[in-house]
Structures are given as structure tokens and as C-alpha cells.
Design a protein around this ligand. Structure first.
Ligand code: GUN
Ligand code: ZN
Length: 434
């Protein structure tokens, strides 16, 4: 009995709401000496250790972490599994970067053995960085998605992924057809969607690489199966936007292409959205669609600065994405460090609690999974991480100067990276220890 039950004692911090909606103070819950009780892969209780320990069954083991903070596992709302091997590729902006580096790298995933090898490395890298859930692009090859889901299933991760649909404006070796993309996606949905904690995302790469026929079939899949996700790119780069207008002159703009094919909705996640007009923001909000804010990618490819204030004004759901391999780190702590600077360049502030929200509950809401992940509330999946205040000599010394959890949180997002993640738990199981 007790094997499935365990308790963890440390400082505990989680988001309860978006600070933009309720103000900073009401947006989080913090226990300086807290206890998190786990039962059968779920959180069964959270509170002050002094309040919970006396009532805890004697047979429940209590693990005590010193100089550590437990938070929900991080949620990466946009990342490319087949781009792991090309992270940090020099010198290009989006469209040339795709042709020069991305497509040749993704080609290798026609080989299942290669996909298996990279899937293991990719999932380990997520867990090393404290990411317990992610919305993931595969390559055009169904094998890439099989490899990734097999690895995620082995570790019982909550993961969403899909095969890229791409039937034009890409090398022949990397294109499918409208019909084959539909059939292959359907087979993957039948095999994986709803299995354990896995979900499927219909994944047209972006409007320029899909014919109208393919986008129509993507919309058809969303209608045929319940609770599918839609995952694509939107308004990342100015040349890309001009290209979309040239390819779809009958549509009023980039988002309207996706809207026309009925791809917007509560489980639709659009990466970037760097150059959106107010009407597009309004449409994203009213359809319950989400945007993945990918600061390291937007800076690395010179795409532009995401306007978080505009997204907040329109009440668009926003999650955080690493966008590896255009993004330069798997770490959502490092990604928040860059997000803060993106805001500074626009004369705005990213508060530490908004950062926490973006990396956890905001991501969960973007994925329509807030009842399962993103907080430490009782009933949630036991996906959580242990952050180490002493991960590096500098972090240790800096945190010793900290006067509040707010300051400590800001320092963690400014200096933190994979070294800061002491341990990662998925569905109550330890899946990474540093
Ligand atoms: N737009 C279309 N494909 C991609 C991709 O692989 N990465 C990024 N950042 N943008 C894209
Ligand atoms: Zn991307």
C-alpha cells in the first residue's frame, strides 16, 4: 500500500492564477516548510508540514529536501524533437534557416533507429531541465512520432505530439501529400491518442508548406476525433507573413488562413505570434486558441519581440516554448531569463510570479490541461520538480542575499538552468536525479 504513497518536505510554490487577472499576491501559494503528499501518481495533499505531518499515516515515507524549492514540472508548449541535433545553427533567419539546416536534419528521421536514439536523448534532456510535459513537433515521418511516444510511454509522461503535415514548398524528400498526411495522422491518432497520458496534435508545419487541400484535411481530422490538438506556427517572421499573403491572397491575413480551415479552438496552439494585429488577437482569444511565446527562438532567428502586454489585453492564453532547435535551450528557466529581456526591450516588466505562471499553469491552460498539470493542487498529476538553491556557488551565494520568495524566484529564473534541477518526478516517479 505505502509503496504508492510518499511525502516530500521542502519549500513549496505554485501558481493559482494569472497575475494579470488577479494581481500578484493572489496568483500563488507558498509554503516555506511545506509537505506534498503523493498517492498513486497523483497529489493527494499539500500544506504546511506542521499541519499535515501529525495526521500522516505512520507508514508513509517522508523525504526531506534542504535548500530546495518544489514547484510543478515545467510545461514546454512548443518544441521540435527532430531538431535536437541542429540546435545552435549559425547565421540565418527563419526561411533560410529552414532550408539550410532544418530540412536536412529532419530528413534523418526516416530511419526509425535514428529516431529511437534521438527520442531517448530528447526525453532525457526535457527531464534534466525539469520539463515534465511538452507539445512536440515530430518530423514528416510517422516513425519519428512512434519513437517519441514509445519513450514517453515508457516513462509515463504527459506528452502531446504529432507528425508534420507538409505537402509543398519543401524538398521532395520531406513532403507528404494531402491524402497520405491525412491517412498517416489518422493511424497515429488511433494508435496513440488517449493512450496513458499521451495526446495527439494535428501538426501542419505552417501555412506556406501546406496546400489548401491539406489544411482542409487537417480540419477534418479535428472534427473526426474528440480532443485532438492543433499545433502549428503563426506570424513569426515578416518575410514569412508576406509569403503567406502571396500564397493565400483571398484570405484577410495569416491567422485567417487557419481560421478558414477551422483550425482554431481550445486545443489549438500557435507558436510565436510575434507580429499579430489586434483583430487577430481578438480572434485567437474568442476561439480559446493559445500562443506559445518562444523568446530564445525569436531572438536567435531575429524574428522580433513578442508583445505579451497585447496578449494580456486580449486575454489570449499564452504558454512558454523553447522552440528547440531555433530556440537555444531546453531549459524553461533559461527561456524565462530571455523572456524577461524581451520585455525589458519593450519597456515592460515580467514579474517573477508571471514567469512561474507562464512556465507552469499558463502552459497547462494553453494545453487545456489545467485540471491535470501545472499546479500542486490535490488531484493533479504528481509531476513536480525539486529546484536546488545550491546548484552553483554563485546561485548559492546570491540566494543567501535574498529577502523574499519573490526575489529568490527571480534569481532562479535569471541564473537557473539544467544544473538547478535536482530531481524531476513524473506521475509520482522519480525520472531524473542530478
Ligand atoms: N516555421 C515553420 N517551420 C518552423 C520551424 O521548424 N521552426 C520555427 N521556429 N519556425 C518554423
Ligand atoms: Zn517551431
Amino acid at each position: 500500500m505505502s509503496a504508492t504513497r510518499k511525502a516530500y518536505r521542502a519549500a513549496l510554490l505554485h501558481s493559482l492564477a494569472d497575475p494579470a487577472d488577479v494581481g500578484v499576491e493572489a496568483s500563488y501559494e507558498y509554503f516555506e516548510d511545506g509537505l506534498l503528499v503523493i498517492d498513486q501518481g497523483k497529489i493527494s495533499a499539500i500544506g504546511e508540514a506542521s499541519a499535515l505531518l501529525p495526521g500522516l499515516d505512520a507508514d508513509i515515507e517522508v523525504v526531506h529536501y534542504q535548500d530546495a524549492l518544489i514547484t510543478p514540472g515545467f510545461i514546454d508548449t512548443h518544441i521540435h524533437f527532430p531538431q535536437t541535433g541542429m540546435i545552435g545553427s549559425y547565421g540565418e533567419q527563419l526561411l533560410d534557416w529552414l532550408n539550410t539546416y532544418t530540412f536536412p536534419c529532419e530528413r534523418q528521421f526516416e530511419d526509425k533507429a535514428h529516431a529511437d536514439k534521438v527520442a531517448r536523448l530528447f526525453v532525457q534532456e526535457l527531464l534534466r531541465n525539469g520539463t515534465t510535459s511538452a507539445l512536440v513537433f515530430g518530423s514528416v515521418h510517422p516513425e519519428s512520432v512512434n519513437a517519441l511516444f514509445e519513450e514517453a510511454e515508457r516513462l509515463d509522461l504527459r506528452l502531446i505530439a504529432g507528425k508534420v503535415m507538409m505537402d509543398r514548398n519543401a524538398p521532395d524528400y520531406l513532403t507528404d501529400t494531402a491524402e497520405s498526411s491525412y491517412e498517416q495522422s489518422k493511424a497515429l491518432i488511433r494508435r496513440w491518442h488517449g493512450k496513458g497520458r499521451l495526446h495527439y496534435a494535428v501538426t501542419p508545419r505552417f501555412a506556406p508548406t501546406s496546400t489548401p487541400e491539406q489544411l482542409a484535411l487537417a480540419g477534418q481530422l479535428l472534427k473526426e476525433f474528440p480532443d485532438l490538438y492543433l499545433h502549428t506556427h503563426l506570424s513569426e517572421n515578416l518575410k514569412e507573413i508576406e509569403w503567406v499573403k502571396a500564397l493565400f491572397p483571398e484570405r484577410s491575413g495569416y491567422l485567417d488562413v487557419y481560421d478558414h480551415f477551422e483550425l482554431l479552438g481550445e486545443r489549438s496552439v500557435f507558436a510565436h505570434g510575434v507580429h499579430l494585429c489586434d483583430a487577430e488577437c481578438q480572434r485567437l482569444a474568442e476561439t480559446g486558441s493559445a500562443v506559445a511565446f518562444c523568446p530564445t527562438s525569436n531572438l536567435f532567428l531575429g524574428s522580433g519581440l513578442f508583445n505579451l502586454a497585447q496578449a494580456e489585453q486580449h486575454k489570449i492564453k499564452v504558454g512558454l516554448g523553447t522552440d528547440v532547435g531555433a530556440g537555444t535551450s531546453f531549459s524553461l528557466l533559461y527561456t524565462l531569463n530571455e523572456a524577461y529581456k524581451v520585455m525589458q526591450l519593450q519597456g515592460a516588466r515580467l514579474s517573477p510570479f508571471k514567469s512561474l505562471y507562464l512556465a507552469t499553469l499558463g502552459g497547462a491552460r494553453a494545453l487545456n490541461l489545467e485540471s491535470r498539470i501545472g499546479t500542486l493542487q490535490a488531484g493533479s498529476d504528481a509531476d513536480f520538480i525539486v529546484l536546488d538553491y545550491k546548484a552553483t556557488p554563485l546561485l548559492d551565494y546570491r540566494i543567501q542575499q535574498s529577502k523574499s520568495i519573490e526575489e529568490t524566484l527571480f534569481v532562479l529564473t535569471t541564473l537557473g538552468d539544467d544544473r538547478t534541477i535536482r530531481e524531476t518526478f513524473a506521475a509520482g516517479r522519480s525520472v531524473h536525479q542530478r
